[in-house]
Design a protein around this ligand. Structure first.
Ligand code: FAD
Ligand code: DLZ
Ligand code: SF4
Length: 507
C-alpha cells in the first residue's frame, strides 16, 4: 500500500509539507491540469500558460529526484477535469491507503478536500502549509483580544520572531517603518532597468499551443511570454530585482509612468504565490543586500514589510473570515463593472493604461491596482463580487487568499474596516501627483465638475455624500465631510449630476 500525495499548481516547492517523509519507492505524487481550476474564473491566458509550464517543469524535477510522479495533462484523454475526479482515478490505478495534501490556498478547494475521507473511504491528512511564516493558528491567536487588527503590529511580531532587520532586540535604525522616506512622485529621466525575461523552451511552447487551443476566449495576451517557469529561473528573477531595482523600490513604490509597467517593483508575486520562491528567502535576500550596503534601509525595510507583513497578514485574515468575507458589501454597492475593464476603451488615461498593461502582462503594480483600478470601483460603487472576479481573473499572482482581502478589504472597504482603517478613496490629484497619466488624458485633472473634469474628482465627493451615514464617524474620513459641508448646494447638486451622467455613459 502506498500514500497518494497531491500537489496543486500553487504548491511547487521542493520543501512542501506534503512531501515530508515521502517513501519514494512507493508513494505516488499526483499533479493534474484540470479544466475546473483553469475556468472557475476565466484566468488570463498568461497565467494558465505560466502555471501549467511551471507545473510540468516541477514534475520533471521531482522525477529526477526519484519521486514517482503521475501527471495528468489538460488534453489527456481520460482527464476527469477536477481535483476530486483526478484523485478518484489515481485511487483506481494503484493500491493506496492514505492521501496527504498541503492545506490549499483557497477556501473552495479546502471544502472539496474536506469531503474526501467520506467520498474515498481512506484517511486524508491536510498538512500545514509550511511555506508561510505565520501559521493560521498563530494568526488566530494573535487576533484574540484585539479590538482592531493592524498590519503594523503584526509585522513587528514577525520581524522579532524571525529576527529580520533587528539589532539588540529593537529594529535596525531605531524605527520599524521607513515609509516617511518612501513613496516619491516619479521624476524625469529615471533609468528603469529591464525586467527579467526568460527564453521559451519546448515545454512552455507546448503549453502556449495548448492555451491557444483551449482558452481562446480568455482575457489577455498570451505572447510574448517571458515569465520564469522553474525555481532556478525564479531565483534569477529575484537576484535581478535585488541587484537592479531594490535600491529604488522604496522611493518609487507608488509612482506610475506611462509605458513603464514594471517600475522598481520586484515582480516576484507570481513565483512566491505558486511556490517557486519562498517568502523568507526573499526577505533575507533584501536584508543581506542592506547589510552589504547595496541598498538603503528604507528600501530593504519597505520590501520586507510587504512580504513578511502584508502578505502574511492578508492570508491570516482570509482564513479567519472565510466564507463570510467573500460576501461582504459594507457600502451595498450594486453597479456593474464597466466594460472598459476588459477592453481598455475609456478616455480616462490612467485606467486605460492600467487595463492595457494588465492585458499585456497579467501584471499591474500595487498602486495601479489600488489607487487607479481599485479606487475607481470603490468610488463608482461597483458590486464587490464583480470586482473580485475581475482581479482574480486578470493577474498571474492572483489566488483568492491574497486577492480577496486586498480587493474587498483594502480597495473596496467592503469589510467595513476590518483590514484597513479607512477607505483608500482619492480624487484625481493623487493620481496626478504620483503619475504622468494626467498629462495625456482627455480629462482635466484640475477641473472639479463639468464634462471635461477628471471623473475621479466628482466621483470622490459623490462617494462620500452617498455613504455619509457609514463614514462620517470614521475619524480618518470625518474631516472631509467638513469640506463637503462648506460647498454650496449648487455645487453639491452638480457633483451628483455629473457623477450620474458619467456612470450612465461608462457602462
Ligand atoms: P512588490 O511591490 O515588489 O512587493 C513584493 C511582494 O510583497 C509581492 O510580490 C507580494 O508577494 C508582497 N505584497 C506586496 N503587497 C502586498 C499586499 N497588499 N498583499 C499581499 N502581498 C503583498 N497580491 C497578490 O499576490 N495577488 C493578488 O491577487 C493581489 N491582488 C491585489 C488586488 C488589489 C486591489 C490590491 C490593492 C493589491 C493586490 N495584491 C495582490 C497586492 C500587491 O498589489 C501585489 O502583491 C503586487 O502588486 C505584486 O507585484 P510585485 O511582485 O511586483 O510586488
Ligand atoms: C490557478 C490554477 C490553474 C489555472 N490550473 C490549475 C490546474 O490545472 N491544476 C492545479 O493543480 N492547480 C491549478 N491552479 C491553481 C489552483 O487553482 C490552486 O491550487 C487552488 O486555487 C488552491 O489555491
Ligand atoms: Fe485619470 Fe483623471 Fe488623470 Fe485622466 S485626469 S488620467 S482620469 S486621474
Amino acid at each position: 500500500m502506498s500514500v497518494l500525495r497531491l500537489i496543486l499548481g500553487d504548491q511547487l516547492s521542493h520543501s512542501i509539507s506534503s512531501l515530508d517523509d515521502c517513501d519514494t519507492s512507493k508513494d505516488i505524487i499526483l499533479m493534474c491540469e484540470v479544466w475546473d481550476e483553469a475556468t472557475y474564473v476565466k484566468h488570463h491566458k498568461k497565467k494558465i500558460a505560466f502555471l501549467f509550464s511551471a507545473m510540468r517543469h516541477f514534475a520533471i524535477e521531482l522525477e529526477q529526484l526519484n519521486y514517482k510522479v503521475e501527471y495528468t495533462k489538460l488534453d489527456d484523454e481520460n482527464n476527469a477535469n477536477s481535483f476530486s475526479g483526478e484523485v478518484s482515478r489515481a485511487l483506481k490505478r494503484s493500491a493506496i491507503n492514505r492521501i496527504i495534501i498541503t492545506h490549499p490556498g483557497e477556501y473552495r478547494v479546502l471544502k472539496e478536500m474536506l469531503g474526501w475521507e467520506k467520498e474515498f473511504g481512506i484517511p486524508v491528512e491536510i498538512k500545514v502549509d509550511n511555506r508561510f511564516l505565520c501559521t493560521l493558528e498563530n494568526f488566530a491567536d494573535w487576533t484574540i483580544g484585539r479590538k482592531q487588527l493592524r498590519m503594523e503590529y503584526f509585522y513587528r511580531e514577525i520581524r522579532k520572531e524571525y529576527s529580520i532587520l533587528m539589532e539588540d532586540s529593537g529594529p535596525i535604525g531605531g524605527q520599524w517603518n521607513y515609509d516617511a522616506e518612501n513613496r516619491k512622485p516619479p521624476k524625469d529621466g529615471l533609468n528603469i532597468p529591464r525586467p527579467y525575461s526568460n527564453e521559451i523552451d519546448a515545454i512552455t511552447n507546448g503549453v502556449i499551443d495548448l492555451v491557444k487551443d483551449f482558452f481562446p476566449d480568455h482575457f489577455g495576451d498570451l505572447e510574448p511570454f517571458y515569465f520564469a517557469v522553474t525555481r532556478d529561473q525564479a531565483l534569477q528573477a529575484l537576484e535581478l530585482f535585488i541587484e537592479k531595482r531594490l535600491s529604488q523600490f522604496g522611493d518609487y513604490q507608488d509612482a506610475m509612468i506611462e509605458g513603464e509597467p514594471w517600475m522598481y517593483h520586484s515582480h516576484i508575486g507570481f513565483y512566491l504565490n505558486c511556490g517557486l520562491l519562498l517568502p523568507l528567502e526573499c526577505a533575507m535576500a533584501a536584508e543581506n543586500a542592506y547589510h552589504q550596503k547595496k541598498v538603503p534601509l528604507n528600501a530593504a525595510e519597505g520590501f520586507i514589510r510587504q512580504i513578511i507583513g502584508w502578505r502574511e497578514y492578508v492570508r491570516g485574515i482570509y482564513w479567519l473570515k472565510m466564507p463570510e468575507y467573500a460576501e461582504e458589501n459594507f457600502f451595498e454597492a450594486k453597479r456593474d463593472l464597466p466594460n472598459f475593464y476588459w477592453t481598455a476603451n475609456t478616455k480616462m488615461n490612467c485606467l486605460r493604461q492600467s487595463v492595457i498593461e494588465t492585458k499585456e502582462n497579467a501584471y499591474a503594480h500595487h498602486i495601479q491596482r489600488l489607487m487607479v483600478l481599485g479606487n475607481f470601483t470603490l468610488l463608482a460603487g461597483i458590486d464587490p463580487k464583480q470586482v473580485n472576479e475581475w482581479f482574480l481573473t486578470v493577474y498571474a499572482d492572483a489566488y483568492e487568499w491574497v486577492e480577496l482581502p486586498n480587493v474587498s478589504g483594502m480597495a473596496l472597504f467592503a469589510d467595513g474596516g476590518y483590514l484597513a482603517s479607512k477607505p483608500y478613496a482619492a480624487g484625481g490629484n493623487y493620481i496626478d501627483k504620483m503619475s504622468d497619466y494626467c498629462k495625456k488624458c482627455s480629462y482635466k485633472v484640475k477641473k472639479k465638475t463639468g464634462s471635461d473634469a477628471c471623473p475621479f474628482n466628482y466621483l470622490y465627493w459623490d462617494f462620500l455624500a452617498r455613504n455619509r451615514k457609514k463614514l462620517q464617524n470614521n475619524y480618518r474620513v470625518g474631516m472631509m465631510y467638513k469640506i463637503y459641508d462648506r460647498m454650496d448646494d449648487n455645487k453639491k447638486q452638480t457633483i451628483s449630476n455629473d457623477s450620474q451622467l458619467f456612470l450612465e455613459s461608462e457602462k
